[in-house]
Write a protein that binds this ligand. Structure first.
Ligand code: NAD
Length: 381
């Protein structure tokens, strides 16, 4: 994948063909005002799962571009995580502060139902657990429901746990020892994931250098982890002297400006699209001797958590599966070394090989499909 996506001027089928998308579903409902697009990138491994983003897109072309980009990203995330799920995403064109209603989301749910299980929806930027409960009134193909209703609830603790495993794997790879004891981890953003990551690294014996733009988020961490954290201004967190820099707030924090200032051995965080330019900045980190653990691999705990709902949610099982991120991250470092590529290219290769492998399996004739062949989880991670 490249973050420098080309602007496409061609028609919609040309855009689908350009990055191997399977399907776009346009959903319009005059009564509720729903304008949604469901994007299905690849279903070789299983049904496409991905959140539904509600956003005030400047144009329909922007919404199409976003759903195509996001759904493709989900294919790679699920494949690298060892899930038997494909990549999909949906967008609702609208203002999440003013345009939401029960009927809008129920209408969206009916369209999801109409896709017949090829796409499973969930919450994303601009949508919430409550919205998904409305969606659930109309379709079974929705995850990210509250724990009270038998769902998986807030994915952030599992995301943080997966990121923590990525950090341990990266420490092992670069120092020979995965212990956090005596290490320093700089954490940018103390929100849902960042808070839990501070907890995990400090409990494991590391100091945390932290930053957030909101004082209450900082105070919470100071109160809860008193002697184990140092606070720095948000503009300085990336330049903190540390073993690991963990971006858990924004994308594109590794860029031409920040790379010369980094004083870490490892970049491993939960934020999506950490590298402003995947190819260029992955190479720049490598040249600086900094090990990069690809974001979509180490932040897959959230996806693993919601995917668990498909089998009947079990928090312990979700954590155990997110623990597999340690081995997957190590495997990616090994591929990068053996094939002399960046870790980003290695992660993409791992995902693509798994999809190709599963596709080839289907070419073999079997007389009858075993009932549970398509389990959503690999059990060997
Ligand atoms: P969040 O909104 O709860 O927390 C983000 C925190 O970052 C907030 O406290 C915010 O004040 C802070 N922040 C914003 N700008 C900042 C800056 N310039 N410097 C320092 N802090 C800043 O989000 P979250 O759920 O914790 O997710 C964090 C990142 O991880 C996001 O990029 C998200 O897309 C990604 N992610 C989250 C999950 C999940 O399960 N929540 C799963 C996968 C990926």
């Amino acid at each position: 994948m490249s973050t420098s996506e080309r602007e496409t001027t061609g028609g919609i089928f040309e855009q689908l063909a350009e990055r191997d998308h399977e399907q776009l579903v346009f959903c319009y409902d005059e009564i509720t005002g729903l304008k949604a697009i469901i994007g299905i990138h690849d279903t070789t491994l299983g049904p496409a799962l991905g959140g539904c983003r509600m956003w005030r897109y400047a144009s329909e072309a922007d919404a199409i571009r976003d759903v195509l980009r996001l759904s493709r990203g989900m294919t790679y995330k699920a494949a690298a995580a060892g899930l038997n799920l494909g990549g999909g995403k949906a967008v609702i064109i609208g203002d999440s502060k003013t345009d939401k209603s029960e009927m809008l989301f129920r209408s969206y749910g009916r369209f999801v139902q109409g896709v017949g299980g090829r796409y499973i929806t969930a919450e994303d930027v601009g949508t919430s657990v409550r919205d998904m409960e409305w969606v659930r009134m109309e379709t079974d193909y929705v995850v990210g429901i509250s724990r009270a209703l038998g769902g998986s609830g807030d994915p952030s603790p599992v995301t943080a746990f997966g990121t923590f495993q990525g950090i341990r794997a990266a420490l092992k790879w670069s120092t020979g020892n995965d212990s956090l004891h005596g290490r320093t981890v700089a954490i940018q953003g103390l929100g849902h994931v960042g808070y839990h990551l501070v907890k995990l690294v400090t409990e494991a014996g590391a100091r945390a250098v932290v930053a957030d733009i909101f004082e209450d988020a900082i105070q919470r961490v100071i109160i809860d982890f008193a002697n184990m954290v140092d606070v720095v201004p948000p503009a300085e967190i990336h330049a903190a002297a540390c073993d690991v820099f963990a971006p858990c707030a924004l994308g594109a924090v590794i860029n031409d400006d920040t790379i010369p200032q980094l004083k870490c051995q490892i970049v491993c965080g939960s934020a999506n699209n950490i590298l402003a330019d995947e190819d260029k900045h992955a190479r720049a980190l490598e040249q600086k001797g900094i090990l990069y653990a690809p974001d979509y691999v180490v932040n897959a705990g959230g996806l693993i958590n919601v995917a668990n709902e498909l089998e009947g949610y079990n928090h312990e099982r979700a954590l155990q599966q997110a623990g597999g991120i340690y081995d997957i991250t190590t495997q990616i470092f090994q591929i990068a070394r053996t094939e002399e590529t960046t870790t980003v290219q290695a992660a993409n290769a791992l995902a693509e090989r798994r999809i190709t492998g599963a596709g080839k399996l289907r070419d073999r004739f079997v007389s009858r499909r075993p009932a549970r062949m398509m389990r959503n989880m690999r059990t060997d991670i």
